[in-house]
Design a protein around this ligand. Structure first.
Ligand SMILES: Nc1nc2c(ncn2[C@@H]2O[C@H](COP(=O)(O)OP(=O)(O)O)[C@@H](O)[C@H]2O)c(=O)[nH]1
Ligand SMILES: [Mg+2]
Length: 445
């Protein structure tokens, strides 16, 4: 592995910079214990024991703290690690960090604790990436998927796949190197194996597009003519009164956005009602223009009409504008009567909350084009690219085996397939790729 390892002692604040009950300063490296003992004026910090005390800068007391000492390799980074839990005020934590730095630690770079954990083989690269996913997950579902990868589910699957390809490759090599003693493997055996491995990759990649949506989220705009209940739905989905609701048409004049967790991260957009008439004043006109834009930008449109008034001519005109985009039709105010415009129309009422749960699951299945229960893994772009490369190599090997190609040639494709998998786990990786991954992390992780 071509990785330059540095083993100086690093430190950073690992909790968000803000006011909170507790703040954590983390130190990792050979000098961690020495520094912690000095600034806590303690002779000894027994590993694995919770220590209570004070942190000092010279004779000044900075804060009353709890110190958690971990001895290598039994720590997050695999090195000697000290975690200082202090009170969660910005300046208290900063004072402690400054003192740690004055006593011989260097400020950690982004993701450096996790990078060391990877370099010290505490986790593979897919697990390290899962740490970042876990921290940045926008929904509780995605956090659960990330935790699964952190626990090594993806890593294990990749390892098993690697083992299978490796076994086949070894048998080919044995046949090539010792033609007198070892028979080269049957082509039917090769074909069977390659087909199986390709379908295993396809299984992982099935969730690839959905992974991106689960990670990044989608924009959903509520569109319709004034007064059909768009802002009411917006509030009902958010569970707060964010948008102003009145029975006067044209109340919502600008575009309001909020993020919500619908299993996928959703940026919900309430738009001003689209309408054409003389009563439209300047401000509202701008709002209507914004709504058309938001409708264009949205990944999904909730097109709403008032069930009790039927699908009017005006509704139809607006519907024409959005109908080519991915959309769901909503018949609101169903509590006042009315029918569905199309069989797929969802009947809702923001007054009785009827249909809201159905709407949420419909949003999810419309954008994921599969049930989220079917997604076994989340993967990121880097992992997907490696998997696709591995699949392409296996596919070439399969085609070669089908025409009884020389096994030396097949072996070359298997080697590139293995290499692609090794990049996922980080078994083979360059400094550049590694830095690129950890540069996205936050400081202190
Ligand atoms: N009966 C009934 N009234 C509703 C429903 N949803 C909204 N409204 C009423 O319709 C009016 C317009 O609602 P609003 O959300 O401001 O519509 P917008 O102009 O499309 O944003 C308000 O008086 C709401 O209370 C519903 O499901 N049932
Ligand atoms: Mg409104």
């Amino acid at each position: 592995m071509n990785i330059s390892q540095e083993f100086d002692t690093i430190a950073a604040i690992s909790t968000p910079l803000g006011t909170g009950g507790v703040g954590v300063v983390r130190i990792s490296g050979d000098k961690s214990f020495e520094i912690a003992q000095k600034i806590s004026k303690k002779e000894n910090l027994p590993a694995g024991k919770i220590c209570h005390g004070w942190i000092y800068n010279g004779d000044k007391k900075l804060d009353e703290v709890i110190i958690l000492p971990f001895k290598a390799p039994h720590s997050y980074s695999g090195e000697d690690v000290i975690e200082i839990q202090c009170h969660g005020g910005i300046h208290v934590i900063q004072n402690i960090l400054d003192t740690v730095l004055q006593n011989g630690a260097r400020m950690a770079e982004r993701g450096e604790f996790t990078k060391r954990a990877f370099l010290n083989k505490r986790m593979d690269l897919s697990q390290a990436e899962a740490v970042d996913d876990l921290i940045h997950s926008k929904t509780s579902d995605f956090a659960i998927y990330s935790a699964k990868n952190l626990s090594g589910t993806l890593a294990k699957t990749i390892k098993e796949l690697r083992e299978e390809i490796f076994t086949v490759a070894s048998r080919i090599v044995a046949g090539i190197d010792f033609p007198e003693d070892v028979a080269e493997p049957e082509y039917t055996y090769l074909i069977e194996n390659f087909e199986k491995e390709i379908s295993q990759i396809d299984k992982i990649l099935i969730g690839a597009k959905s992974s991106d949506i689960l990670r990044q989220g989608i924009k959903v705009a509520i569109v319709g003519r004034p007064n059909v209940g768009k802002s009411s739905l917006f509030n009902a989905l958010l569970n707060i009164n964010r948008a102003i609701v009145t029975d006067i048409a044209g109340t919502t004049r600008d575009v309001i956005k909020e993020n919500i967790d619908m299993g996928i991260p959703v940026t919900l957009i309430d738009t001003a009602g689209i309408r054409k008439d003389e009563s439209v004043d300047k401000v509202e006109e701008i709002g209507i223009e914004y709504s058309k834009q938001s409708a264009q930008e949205a990944d999904l449109i909730l097109f709403m009409y008032a069930a009790n008034e039927g699908f009017t001519k005006e509704d139809k005109e607006i519907y024409e504008i959005i109908k080519d985009k991915k959309h769901i039709i909503l018949a609101n105010k169903i509590d006042l009567g009315g029918n569905k415009y199309t069989p797929q129309t969802i009947e809702i009422s923001t007054v009785s909350n009827k249909g809201l749960e159905e709407l949420k699951s419909e949003i999810k299945s419309t954008v994921l084009d599969m049930s989220s229960e079917d997604i076994e893994f989340v993967t990121n772009k880097r992992q997907q690219t490696c998997l696709i490369r591995c699949r392409e190599s296996l596919d070439r090997a399969l085609k070669a085996a089908q025409i009884n190609e020389l096994q030396d040639m097949i072996y070359i494709d298997l080697k590139s397939a293995l290499l692609a998998l090794d990049e996922i786990t980080g078994e083979v990786i360059t400094d550049d790729i590694l830095n690129n991954i950890f540069d996205h992390f936050c400081i202190g992780k």
